[in-house]
Each structure stands twice: as structure tokens, then as C-alpha cells.
Design a protein around this ligand. Structure first.
Ligand code: SF4
Ligand code: SF4
Length: 469
């Protein structure tokens, strides 16, 4: 079978996918659920409940009418005991609904349907939005928005992203092995919504059994004319949207552009399953599969965890730690975020939690030494950027230079830092440069808008004055 890949850049990483053969196990629900009102890219929700309210599983507890958003739902039944700011995995505090579980497991009513035939694309999009579906690969972008491209954009292809190129993480693999039909249903729903002709499920060749199973299911359902499975070369970061599109379709998403600019929508396989469950079972996003792994956890595995479960409860429920915890990471080791507290909750975008002890490679000191000009960082960058020069620009606080070197196109994959023999903090610095440039652009856009408004006002005043003469 042909192997698809992208160029330039990318690197090989130690996979450490120890939990690959561990089927999903449902963790018992938490005693306290901490559900942040903003778990997505976009406008935050406002509380739809108050302290003392009784809630059932699946009830909306936070929403907003802002278009780019996704409501949040109760993941346990019980009483709302607080609405307050809580520390979240990104390191910021977010207003959260705190529910004390009564362990009665009362559920709100979910509407089941057998077929999507009689639904319009708009109705399907509304169901996806109402279920609070966001991208489960980590970005947590509201799925209903991704499926509502501007009218002038024609979407030809939907790509199911089964690359899962980060080390340790095996949730997408388990979803492909355990729920292939739901993934296929998710693709069919998206093809209908977008009026797209072609679905492709892309899987790295270290998960060939998952690719074979999906292909078999597609054949059994006579869907080969609509959906195909392609194998990708195992390479980091093969799962990045732009890299995936380049590998599978040979198309380049322009600088600052989106997949829809090249007629494509990319959806993580876990999200496709969640879409299928939202449409056919009316199930909101109240739980998700995550990989729990690392050297310091007694029972690494793949677990279905309710949204809002705090790490401290997860540790207890999976059998505890086997050594002193020195580093806790949400996400994978390349792009994940180190945590400072065990009280942070699992969010919709949490794909894995890694627990490391003292001896782990991940604990190795990251002291920088001078750049030896080896250009490994340049060779590894999947976007074709020049990380070494971007890093210099940041250190000299020359944001104009960083901007001219396309800092904003960095996908923060961490490949450059990973390959750098001098352990230069390249990704960290490029990310800061990118944030600074984006902030400056926002300030300039606001200034420009204020100037335009003033100009219009003055013109109007001048017209009125003239009319009075
Ligand atoms: S972190 Fe940014 S600059 Fe570094 S390799 Fe990835 S995309 Fe390139
Ligand atoms: S990989 Fe590190 S040492 Fe090599 S050129 Fe890039 S920054 Fe310098």
C-alpha cells in the first residue's frame, strides 16, 4: 500500500505507546465535577444554573448565543455547590460550575434517531452545536463552526485524522479499533453537511490494524465509492492539519489560511465518533477517552473519563502512583502543558495525562548551550520556517523581523526544540514571538477601526454642517 507523507521537515520520535493494547475502561464518575464554562476556542459561556440547583447528566449548565462557542453540560447528576474561578490545564483560571455528585446517575432525555436522511445540514449542525462538540484532538475548536464554511468556499474532501503522532497517546487508536462504525458515521454526517464528495480516513502506518479494520468496515457497508483509508508514514507531526492535507491531497494551505481554503475539512477520529453519538443518540459531550500514562502511574491505560474529573480523583480511581510524581503533563510530551496542581479538571480537549517520576527522560535537565549552527531545527520544521533565526529575533526583541520570518505560521509542534542538540528553547521563544505579533496586530486592528469610526463621524458632521448652510 502506498505510504503518504509531507515535506519538508518532521522528525522521528520515541513512540512510547505502551497503552496501545489496553481497551478503554470506564472510570467511575467523580465525587465532585469541576466544569469550566469555557473549554473551547471562542466566546465563554455564561452559567445556565445557580448554586443549589439540581442537575441531571447531560443538562446544559453553561451557554451563550455568541456564534463561535459550544455549550457545556453536567457530567454527573447532583447539586450545584459553587460557581467560581478554578485553575485549568492551560494555567489560567476559568469560571466553573462545581457539582457535587449524588451518584444517582439521573440522565436528561436524549433524542435517538435511526437515520440522517430527513435532516437538513442546518439541523445537523444545530444538533452538533447543542451537544457541545469541539475538536477532541486538542484544539477544542467548536465543530459546528468548522462545519459552517463561508458560502463561497466549496468543500470537496473530509479527512478523518487518525494519525495520532504524539508520543504516549493511544486514545485515537483505541477509538479506531473499538468504534470504527461511529467514525464512518461521523464522516457520512460531515459529507452530508458540507455536500462534499469524498471522505478519507488517514492513519499512520504504526497503526496498520486500525487502518485495515476501518477499510473492512467501509467495504462491508459498500461505501468504497465515498470513503477510503490511506496509510501515512509515521513521522512527527504528521497529525498537524496542514501536514495531513499536504500528505494526503498534495495541497498546501496558504500562510495564515485554513484547510477550507484548499477545499478540505479535517476532523479528529474521536470527534467523528462524538458527532455520530450526538446525532444518533443525542448524546452531549460529557465524557471522553483519554490515555493515562507515564512512569509514575501504577496502571497506565486508556480510560473513559467524565469531563470535570480532577486529576487527584483520577489517580485514586486508576490505582494510584507507583513513585514520587515529579512532572504532570496534560496532552503529549511534545505539545502538552506541564501542570502545577492535582486539582485541575479533565476538559473536552484533554487527550491524555502523563505522570512522570524522577528517572524519566522527560525529567532530563533542559539547560541551553550556545547554538552550534547545525541547522537541524531548520530541517525538522514541517512549515519550512527558520527556527534558529526566529529564536534570534525573539531574543533581540525584533518582532518586525520575527513577523517577516512568518512566526505566526508556527504550529508549535516542538520538533525544532526536540532535535536541537544545544537544547535551545526554540518553540517556547517562537510561541512568545507569535503571541506578541498577534497581540500587536489586534491593537492595530482596533486602532484602525476606531480611526475609521471617527472619520465617518467627522464626514457625517461635515455633511450636516453643509446641509444647514
Ligand atoms: S515549533 Fe514552530 S518553528 Fe518549531 S518546528 Fe514546529 S512549526 Fe517549526
Ligand atoms: S538545532 Fe539548535 S544548535 Fe542547531 S542550528 Fe538550530 S538552534 Fe542552533
Amino acid at each position: 500500500m502506498k505510504l503518504f507523507t509531507y515535506s519538508p521537515g518532521g522528525t522521528e520520535i520515541e513512540e512510547e505507546k505502551w497503552t496501545k493494547d489496553k481497551p478503554f475502561v470506564k472510570l467511575p464518575p467523580p465525587s465532585i465535577a469541576v466544569i469550566p464554562l469555557s473549554q473551547h476556542t471562542g466566546a465563554p459561556n455564561v452559567p445556565a444554573v445557580k448554586i443549589g440547583d439540581h442537575v441531571k447528566i447531560g443538562m446544559v449548565i453553561g451557554s451563550t448565543s455568541a456564534p463561535v462557542s459550544a455549550p457545556v453540560h453536567a457530567s454527573v447528576s447532583g447539586d450545584v455547590i459553587a460557581i467560581e474561578d478554578r485553575l485549568c490545564p492551560a494555567g489560567n483560571k476559568i469560571q466553573s460550575i462545581i457539582i457535587k455528585n449524588d451518584f444517582k446517575e439521573e440522565e436528561a432525555e436524549f433524542e435517538h434517531v435511526d437515520s440522517i436522511e430527513n435532516f437538513t445540514p442546518e439541523e445537523l449542525i444545530k444538533k452538533i452545536r447543542d451537544a457541545g462538540i469541539v475538536g477532541l484532538g486538542g484544539a477544542a475548536f467548536p465543530t459546528s463552526i468548522k462545519l459552517s464554511p463561508p458560502k463561497n468556499k466549496v468543500i470537496e474532501t473530509v479527512i478523518g485524522n487518525g494519525a495520532e503522532c504524539e508520543a504516549y497517546l493511544t486514545t485515537d487508536y483505541r477509538v479506531m479499533i473499538e468504534s470504527p462504525d461511529e467514525i464512518i458515521n461521523g464522516i457520512l454526517i460531515e459529507l452530508k453537511i458540507l455536500n462534499a464528495k469524498r471522505g478519507i480516513i488517514a492513519v499512520e502506518d504504526n497503526k496498520i490494524d486500525a487502518a485495515d479494520l476501518l477499510a473492512k468496515k467501509i467495504a462491508e457497508r459498500n461505501l468504497e465509492d465515498k470513503i477510503e483509508v490511506v496509510l501515512l508514514k509515521t513521522k512527527y507531526p504528521q497529525g498537524g492539519e496542514k501536514q495531513l492535507i499536504k500528505a494526503v491531497l498534495g495541497r498546501e494551505v496558504p500562510s495564515g489560511g485554513l484547510p477550507l481554503d484548499v477545499g478540505t475539512v479535517v476532523q479528529n477520529v474521536g470527534t467523528l465518533k462524538a458527532i455520530s453519538e450526538a446525532i444518533f443518540y443525542g448524546k452531549p459531550l460529557i465524557e471522553r477517552g483519554i490515555t493515562i500514562s507515564g512512569t509514575a502511574i501504577k496502571n497506565p491505560g486508556n480510560y473513559i473519563v467524565r469531563i470535570g474529573t480532577q486529576v487527584s480523583e483520577i489517580i485514586d480511581k486508576v490505582g494510584g502512583l507507583n513513585k514520587k510524581l515529579r512532572k504532570l503533563v496534560f496532552g503529549g510530551p511534545m505539545t502538552g502543558v506541564a501542570q502545577s496542581s492535582l486539582e485541575v479538571p479533565v476538559l473536552k480537549g484533554t487527550s491524555g495525562i502523563l505522570f512522570f517520576g524522577e528517572e524519566s527522560l522527560e525529567m532530563a535537565p533542559e539547560e541551553e548551550s550556545p547554538c552550534i549552527r547545525c541547522a537541524s531545527c531548520v530541517d525538522s520544521c514541517p512549515i519550512g520556517l527558520l527556527p534558529v533565526f526566529l529564536d534570534h529575533a525573539y531574543r533581540r526583541n525584533d518582532m518586525k523581523l520575527a513577523e517577516s520570518l512568518y512566526a505566526v505560521d508556527c504550529i508549535e509542534c516542538g520538533a525544532c526544540s526536540f532535535v536541537c542538540p544545544a537544547k535551545r528553547h526554540l518553540t517556547e521563544n517562537i510561541k512568545k514571538a507569535k503571541q506578541s505579533i498577534l497581540k500587536q496586530r489586534k491593537i492595530e486592528a482596533a486602532k484602525q477601526a476606531a480611526f475609521e469610526k471617527l472619520k465617518q463621524k467627522r464626514l457625517q458632521e461635515a455633511k450636516e454642517k453643509e446641509a444647514k448652510k
